[in-house]
Design a protein around this ligand. Structure first.
Ligand SMILES: [Ca+2]
Ligand SMILES: [Ca+2]
Length: 230
């Protein structure tokens, strides 16, 4: 669970108020290009891992950080930065090969970023699965996802993006008859069988149009993509 989601609405309001006070005192934090350069005091969470993304037998370092920006606009109050760094942990001096600033590139709020490196098609090269929450309230979950393929470490290809999770069951802003709960996952068995030509998802619906589904309804979704280098 993302740190923001686990907060009660009142605590979230206090946190945002605290950010506003800090803004008056310290000013806006400039978000650096390299996630490793986000000041420790501005890191909401920071995760570092390693995986071989291009399949050359040498692991890269992966970093994801949610940075508190102290921007006045709550939609820009945090930035999620993903970075791929040459060499394995510890890689404080490794070159930054690729980075992505989610608020800057999507124009939407972002926090609670999560990344996983997994070989979803079985070609011994790891894909990057990146998800984050775009919701600004604790009552709603709006996770978006992207899947990246690294034929070239500095110029990866985004092969898919879409809704990863949507939960408006307790969202006062969503009319009762429009509330939804959907969680997506990858069907790894079916995706491996597609041998790099498709990703097969399983979407689990626990509520649609305000109606709870128990047990949840599972819907398979096949998306044709080219996971392997042409
Ligand atoms: Ca590598
Ligand atoms: Ca792969």
């Amino acid at each position: 669970m993302s740190p923001i989601r686990s907060l009660t609405p009142r605590l979230l309001a206090l946190l945002l108020a605290g950010q506003a006070i800090a803004l008056a005192v310290e000013g806006v934090v400039t978000v650096p290009p390299d996630p490793r350069q986000v000041p420790v005091a501005a890191r909401m969470n920071y995760t570092r891992s390693s995986a071989d993304l291009d399949g050359d037998g040498v692991a890269e370092t992966l970093v994801i950080v949610t940075a508190i920006t102290r921007e006045k606009d709550p939609a820009k109050g945090t930035e999620v930065i993903v970075g791929v760094i040459a060499g394995k942990v510890p890689a404080d001096k490794g070159a930054l090969l690729w980075s992505r600033h989610l608020v800057a590139v999507t124009g939407r709020p972002a926090h609670g970023g999560d990344l996983q490196a997994l070989d979803i098609d079985g070609d011994r090269r790891n894909e990057l699965i990146l998800t984050w929450d775009r919701s600004l309230t604790a009552e709603k979950v709006d996770r978006w996802g992207e899947i990246w393929v690294f034929d070239d470490l500095s110029h990866p290809r985004k092969v898919w993006e879409g809704q990863w999770e949507l939960d408006t069951r307790k969202d006062p802003e969503t009319p009762v008859g429009s509330r939804e709960f959907m969680k997506r996952s990858i069907d790894y068995g079916a995706t491996r069988k597609a041998a790099g030509r498709a990703i097969v998802f399983s979407k689990s619906y626990g509520m649609t149009a305000g109606r709870a589904l128990n047990p949840p309804r599972l819907v398979a979704e096949r998306v044709d993509v080219g996971l392997r280098t042409p």
